[in-house]
Design a protein around this ligand. Structure first.
Ligand code: GDG
Length: 469
């Protein structure tokens, strides 16, 4: 069997998963590589004054991890710049927040070149290379320019934007063309895949969409398909029965003091719809005085990308908004909104999820959203909570038994919370059983296996066709 090389912006060694850091990509990849004696290559997260191109290798939990240090300028232009000030807002439909500077472009290409140069000596002829996410779109082009002939796949963890939106990006054609240097390009949902095909068929030279995800353009041929990501459901179930998870669960139940608990767990990011969620909760409180004192919202919003202005601004607005809600509604013995910025360990989170009556997952745009799946996996089968899920999370394509809402409508979200709180046990169980079944069946191993086997097995049949293009 070929060795798998995973390349991503950041690398979180699998041994860390018991405690866990925020970030769905890190969770998904560490779980996927745990059984695979693969190599995981990426940025260490550290910067050094002068780039050396040296990598540090370590073996963690059966996975060889190779880490590269970057320069401060790389961090500014590639990571905080092109990745998180240009592509992230654009791909999440926030063109108002897109910042485009040529220096970002240069930093993005430079870091992709650095990744290719340092990865090159580690690649063996049979290796399968699997590149992750929007930070590294041009990596296949850079590797091929250095003679790499291996199969290379790419998976996009975030949404693919609508055609007209993408065209606002300078050099968008070049970016899309560089995806045609992969053999397989994977998306979270059918919808994202269709948006990609829509762009290619309308705007790329010589484009042709054939059955089975075959796509031709720029004189090249690739496969483009959806591979919805999941969680490590078995590992999550084990975490749930850990002593720490149970201690946290008991502590939460005690602190609820008989009140219903609504729960949000998100990175502090404008794509997650936190302001809109707070407004919806405020609407619920304003319209239902009888509920005061009987429920509360616990929002865990772990700080993220705080070197980017839009994130600092959002943090300030959320501080104000949460203060206003508590100022307007709190009483001496009731705080309606518990707003928490500190991160929790993964096992602690599991216990917290289990004690929540409503899981509020209301992003304005989200590739998938693993919190929705973790919330479902953590519920007590005898008395499960209700998932309120945004129609704009990739997860909504699968999790149709959740209460699906439009996160832009405070009335819609507020009514769904109301409905969830009043939902009879029989209906809660029926919905939860269907959701849990999907979370178990479509887990992270299936995601990895489907992608990797497509990259290694389903392409040979078309190699001849590929060469004939
Ligand atoms: C990207 C895409 C896609 C959160 N707070 C804490 C904590 N978390 C963990 C959650 C979950 C993960 O972070 C968040 O995953 P999401 O999927 O919700 O979101 P992104 O970070 O934006 O991930 C997303 C994902 O990639 C995978 O493809 O689903 O659409 O945007 O696992 O539990 N973990 C710990 N403490 C916290 O305080 N330990």
């Amino acid at each position: 069997m070929s060795r798998l090389i995973v390349v991503s912006n950041r690398v979180n060694p699998p041994a860390d998963t018991g405690v866990g850091t925020a970030g769905g990509l890190a969770m998904a990849l560490s779980a996927a590589l745990r059984e695979d004696k693969g190599l995981w290559f990426g940025w260490s997260g550290n910067t050094v004054e002068h780039y050396t191109g040296q990598i540090s290798m370590q073996k963690v939990g059966g996975v060889t991890v190779a880490l590269l240090d970057l320069e401060p300028q790389d961090q500014n232009e590639y990571y905080n710049g092109y990745a998180n000030r240009t592509l992230w807002p654009l791909f999440h439909y926030r063109s108002d927040l897109v910042n485009y500077e040529r220096s970002f472009d240069e930093g993005y290409s430079r870091v992709n070149t650095r990744f290719a140069e340092t990865l090159l000596p580690l690649i063996a002829p049979d290796d399968l290379i699997w590149v992750q996410d929007y930070h590294l779109i041009p990596l296949a082009r850079e590797l091929q320019a250095r003679g790499v002939k291996n199969r290379i796949g790419f998976f996009l963890h975030i949404p693919w934007p609508a055609r007209r939106l993408l065209k606002t990006l300078p050099k968008h054609g070049e970016l899309v063309e560089s995806l045609f240097d992969y053999d397989l390009v994977g998306f979270q949902t059918e919808d994202d895949c269709e948006a990609f095909v829509d762009f290619v068929t309308h705007d790329a030279p010589g484009a042709e969409a054939l059955p089975d995800g075959i796509l031709r353009a720029w004189g090249k041929q690739i496969f483009a398909k959806p591979f919805p990501i999941g969680i490590d459901a078995q590992d999550f179930a084990d975490t749930l029965t850990s002593e720490r998870a149970e201690t946290f669960h008991r502590a939460m139940i005690r602190s609820q003091a008989g009140r219903k608990m609504l729960l949000g767990v998100d990175r502090l990011d404008y794509s997650k719809g936190l302001e809109e969620r707070f407004s919806a909760y405020e609407t619920l409180l304003a319209n239902n005085p009888g509920m005061h004192g009987n429920l509360f919202l616990l929002q865990i919003a772990t700080l993220s990308r705080d070197e980017v202005d839009a994130y600092q601004d959002l943090r300030n607005r959320l501080d104000t908004q949460s203060g206003q809600i508590n100022g307007a509604y709190a009483t001496v013995d009731w705080v309606p909104l518990r707003y928490v910025n500190r991160p929790y360990r993964r096992d602690e989170l599991a216990g917290i999820y289990r004690s929540a009556d409503i899981g509020l997952v209301t992003p304005l745009r989200d590739g998938m959203n693993l919190v929705a799946k973790e919330y479902v996996a953590a519920q007590d089968p005898a008395n499960p909570g209700v998932l309120v899920l945004s129609q704009f999370a990739g997860a909504a394509e699968q999790m149709k038994e959740a209460l699906i809402v439009n996160p832009f409508s405070r009335e819609d979200v507020s009514e769904a919370i109301h409905r969830g709180l009043a939902m009879p046990l029989r209906e809660r169980r029926r919905r939860w059983e269907a959701l849990y079944d999907k979370v178990l069946t479509n887990d992270v191993s299936k995601w990895r296996d489907d992608f990797v086997s497509c990259l290694s097995d389903c392409l040979p049949a078309t190699v001849a066709e590929k060469e004939a293009v």
